[in-house]
Write a protein that binds this ligand. Sequence first.
Ligand SMILES: Nc1ncnc2c1ncn2[C@@H]1O[C@H](COP(=O)(O)OP(=O)(O)O)[C@@H](O)[C@H]1O
Ligand SMILES: [Mg+2]
Length: 310
Amino acid sequence: MNIVQIKNCSKKYSKNEFFSLKNINLKLEKGEIVGLIGPNGSGKTTLIKVLSGLLKPTEYEEVKILGDDIYKGKMKTPKVGLVLNSNQMYDDLTVMENIQFFLRMHKIKKKKEEIIALLKKFNLQDREKSLVKSLSTGMKQKLNIIRIILLDVQFLILDEPTSGLDPVSKSDVHNLLYTLSKEFNITILISSHVMNEVQRLCTRVVFLNNGQIIKDNIMEDIFKDFYKDVIEIRIPKDESEQMDQKFRDYGITKYIIWNQNDGSTALIMEYIANKDTFISKLQINSFNERPIQLEDVFFYELYKDRLEEN
Ligand SMILES: Nc1ncnc2c1ncn2[C@@H]1O[C@H](COP(=O)(O)OP(=O)(O)O)[C@@H](O)[C@H]1O
Ligand SMILES: [Mg+2]
């Protein structure tokens, strides 16, 4: 059984003319860590709300979580753990009190030893008697996640879970999520606009743009259409069209150019045989060759169509 199965799901907020989600089809399997990425306004939070049972799609064939269609018939409470960026804990209660209060609200009973073991596993041992306000932001976020795991959810959704965390806390939260997927076999959907975070952590990437899934690949396949290195070229102001033509004349097909305030940047994502010849022939002054990153693929997916429109 798929953990999540969505078919032809669209959402239009009533006050908008446009759809915030358009014909989304998505299946998530057990233990996957899926990165949901896309520019601001691409629909990440809307999709997360739909999956959490908070927002009924305008049109849909299926929104199934663990086999139940959550918006059909008698609305079912989806067995989903939702982690938001703002933490929802009581500063003046201890770690243990926060957890116990949360479990009681959800009518879940857990032995104290089990809670302590979980805290220990994620390096929060000896913290159960600390007030939450004494914890670092990273520890609070870990606690936020651990609390939800104690509800025995099989599917965890996180909306930008590491925004505002320092690099050490970030990697701490990553380790926690990695362990939850590997050892607890929990399926994780994590929205983020931090590409290197997604590249490091996720086993699959779903790109959203304008409410549509424009790419959905397991991590090993994300880079398969590209050369292992990219060439990044700075183009002076007002010379991007010229450079575009030069690339085409040279026979390059896999590249993007995007404008910035003070000029443009081009990214060539295919193998160039005689680089020196290429550089001198096109009179390129400023370039940088480096290994390809997820962010490059992201930009390629965003800008390649604009190029085709030219
Ligand atoms: N409550 C809402 N009412 C009207 N429009 C909304 C609402 N929430 C989001 N939108 C619009 O839907 C689109 C997708 O937004 P959102 O899902 O928040 O994107 P993301 O999380 O990727 O930034 C945007 O155009 C946004 O303005
Ligand atoms: Mg959002």
